[in-house]
Design a protein around this ligand. Structure first.
Ligand code: PLP
Length: 225
């Protein structure tokens, strides 16, 4: 049997060392997470605020918890004290709530803007226009407890590799345009979160800096969200 540690090593062996691996542990038990932790993994991704909070409380404190799913404004308070990066900001309203909770905790919370890049209707995310509106808004400019660290996107769930590649290229274009238009002298704006179990090799070829991988490490999910 291949261990979790061996799976992580094999995935990392296929990417440049500069690409960071987010081990997506949603629905997975603390025991499995500890197995990955003991193999050296430190970044874990969750998509439910309360599940993340519960796991944070009982697992090693040097774990970096990344929130990767759709986040409801009223759940931000559960993760604001400790979350290291929120990949999935898709509205000004959510960002404003994160800013408020970050201030309460005396923190600056790093966030990525999630863009809709897939041809599927179902995926969350901002359009390019909405992203520009958000970044140009007075409300955003007044937020003192947020740091926008880059962008995130999910490609269409498909076997068509060229479709997936074109969607990742599109996200890279959005990233470069935003960097030029808003973050030219900001070294913190540098992350492109793209790539999952089925498509991370393509994502890495196209310039991903953070891949979010669940089933290739932990096996198939027990249930779908
Ligand atoms: C579940 C999930 C992943 C990981 O998916 P796998 O196919 O299991 O690797 C990545 N990103 C997001 C946003 C997810 O919800």
């Amino acid at each position: 049997m291949i261990t979790i540690g061996e799976k992580i090593a094999s995935i990392k062996g296929q990417m440049p060392a500069s690409v960071r691996l987010v081990a997506v542990s949603k629905t997975k038990s603390p025991e499995l997470i500890l197995e990955a932790y003991n193999a050296g993994q430190r970044i874990f991704g969750e998509n439910k605020a309360l599940e993340m909070k519960d796991k944070h409380e009982i697992l090693p404190q040097d774990i970096h918890w990344h929130f990767i799913g759709h986040l409801q404004s009223n759940k931000v308070k559960y993760i604001a004290p400790f979350v290291k990066l929120i990949h999935s900001v898709d509205s000004l309203k959510l960002l404003s709530e994160i800013n408020k909770e970050a201030a309460k905790n005396n923190r600056i919370i790093k966030c990525l803007l999630q863009f809709h890049i897939a041809s599927e209707e179902t995926k969350f995310g901002l359009s390019v226009e909405e992203g520009y509106e958000l970044l140009q808004s007075e409300e955003f400019k007044q937020m003192g407890n947020i740091r926008i660290a880059g962008v995130m996107g999910m490609a269409t769930y498909s076997f068509d590799n060229e479709l997936i590649r074109s969607e990742f290229k599109y996200l890279m274009t959005i990233f470069k345009n935003l960097r030029y238009d808003f973050f030219l002298n900001d070294i913190h704006f540098r992350e492109v979160s793209m790539g999952m179990s089925g498509d991370y090799q393509i994502a890495v070829q196209e310039g991903s800096t953070l891949v979010r991988i669940g089933s290739s490490i932990f096996g198939e999910r027990e249930y779908k969200k």
